[in-house]
Design a protein around this ligand. Structure first.
Ligand code: ZN
Length: 504
């Protein structure tokens, strides 16, 4: 694609960039397809495509290993190249990380160079482009987390009712997600508990005794210190089930009596000295809150279990001389910001914008998925035909073929069919979620039930989401902790620009 000729009327010059995403395998647009779209775009818009760079990466969280991108970027910002645009098919090709993308955008814009993302319909010559980039990263986040949330909440119901949620547990057989005691293995579980509690054997001794006796773990491995320890700490044996680090009364029969369980716990405590971990908890507003006195970021303060605060980072790192602590109550600050954020998202009615942006994006993801689904359907049909032929052969008594061999064949065909069907099922689910109407549901649901949705996220997810929407949170000055309140929240998008987008 090299073309360095310069015409008299200077055409706008561009580099194209294509990348294979490390995370999405199946639904990813191939580098060829990306390249093709970039070439077409340049032809349609009379842009001279100087070169196309590609990265095909195994993992790309940041810029590391993205040599082609780095080289292209450096050539773009150097004066002598005279490049006007970097063109990609989708903005997530630049980076999954919005901050990365925004940084690049801003750097390019300051040099009067721009980023064009074809599928997202973004050209950073348009000042509204920045908001779109933010919104899209928000959508991507909402979509990912909503799907996780929906899957989890179905499981939550089952877990609440005390059903076992899968996996193998030594001592039990699983049948339709129910735990049924395996008498032989249960004996071994009891043996482990008793040797530990009464004979005061250590993990290692128990493991080696079991190995000498030829007993294997559920996964047919040798016993280790860890696998013995896991058994001794698993509340399933006293009839509980675990969900999200919490135990509930299960539906299955226990193997170990409470008295033995408690004895083991006692021995464990007497043996191990572990300093109590101070759980730092999460401080989602770290870095966003700004100190009312010096303006630097506020971070997790010197909090106790009962009273938690954010504190000026300068004070925390350099002491009183640098700045005062300017503590603000964690609970108050987080609740306040959360409520404002929810109101903000509800009022803005982001759904239509998010939907529009997502829709054009999706068309590029649906195609390869549909292709794959059809491909699998074809395979299933072929397997089914073979299966029918085999059944015909078997029922034809005149042929007198080996029955066992045919039975075996039938089983193999059936297994092939099942395997393909489960693949198809997973693709169909993805397709279903990506069909526009579903996306609309997802977006509407996430926006209108933002609070439920938000509360269901893990601490890390909350932090990520809050940071993608909010830029800064200002705190009022005050002499005492309780005097300090949230003064204002500054969002990553400009509210007026956002209104313009909605009214357009
Ligand atoms: Zn300060």
């Amino acid at each position: 694609m090299k073309n360095n000729k310069k015409s008299k009327h200077r055409l706008k010059r561009a580099f194209g960039y294509a990348r294979r995403s490390p995370r999405k395998q199946l639904e990813d647009t191939s580098i060829e397809k990306q390249t093709e779209e970039i070439i077409k775009y340049c032809e349609r818009n009379g842009i001279e495509l100087v070169d196309i760079y590609t990265d095909d990466l195994k993992s790309a969280k940041s810029f590391d290993g993205r040599d082609a991108f780095k080289e292209m970027y450096n050539r773009t910002i150097s004066k002598k190249e005279n490049i006007d645009y970097i063109i990609v098919l989708k903005q997530d090709r630049i980076s999954r990380d919005t901050l990365d993308t925004l940084y690049i955008m801003k750097r390019l814009n300051s040099l009067d160079k721009h980023l064009i993302s074809i599928a997202d319909n973004i050209n950073t010559e348009d000042p509204k482009a920045e908001i779109l980039v933010h919104i899209m990263s928000l959508v991507a986040q909402l979509e990912r987390e909503f799907i996780a949330f929906r899957t989890n909440s179905g499981m939550e119901k089952k877990a609440e009712d005390g059903y076992f949620l899968g996996g193998k547990v030594f001592g039990y057989k699983t049948k339709d997600k129910e735990l049924i005691i395996d008498p032989d293995e249960a004996k071994i579980v009891k043996y482990i508990f008793e040797k530990y509690a009464f004979n005061k054997w250590g993990y290692k001794k128990i493991a080696s005794k079991l190995n000498i006796q030829g007993v294997q773990t559920k996964y047919n491995n040798e016993w280790t210190i860890n696998s013995v320890k896991t058994i001794l700490q698993n509340q399933i044996y006293i009839g509980n089930t675990k969900w999200r680090e919490e135990y509930k009364k299960g539906q299955h029969s226990p193997i170990i009596e409470m008295s033995l369980w408690n004895k083991v716990k006692e021995v464990m405590q007497s043996r191990t000295y572990t300093p109590k971990k101070v759980h730092p908890g999460s401080y989602p507003l770290s870095g966003l809150l700004k100190c009312p006195q010096c303006g630097s970021s506020m971070v997790q303060g010197n909090s106790s279990q009962k009273y938690k605060y954010y504190q000026c980072s300068k004070n925390k790192n350099s002491g009183k001389k640098a700045c005062s602590s300017n503590l603000i109550k964690k609970e108050y600050a987080e609740e306040f910001v959360q409520d404002k954020l929810i109101t903000f998202l509800n009022e803005k009615n982001l759904s239509p914008i998010i939907y529009d942006v997502t829709k054009s994006n999706l068309s590029y993801e649906l195609e390869p998925l549909e292709k794959e689904a059809n491909n699998i359907k074809g395979k299933i049909q072929k397997h089914e035909e073979k299966l029918l032929t085999t059944i015909d052969l078997m029922s034809d008594t005149t042929l007198n073929l080996g029955g066992d061999l045919l039975k075996e064949k039938i089983v193999t065909h059936q297994e092939d069919i099942n395997r393909e069907k489960s693949k198809l099922e997973s693709i169909s689910k993805q397709l279903e979620l990506k069909q526009s109407e579903h996306i609309k549901d997802i977006i509407n649901f996430s926006v209108s039930n933002f609070k439920d949705f938000y509360l269901a996220l893990s601490d890390t997810e909350k932090k990520k989401l809050v940071h993608s929407i909010i830029k800064e949170v200002h705190v009022t000055k005050g002499n005492k902790t309780q005097d300090r309140k949230i003064k204002s929240i500054i969002y990553n998008f400009d509210l007026n620009d956002l209104n313009k987008l909605v009214s357009e």
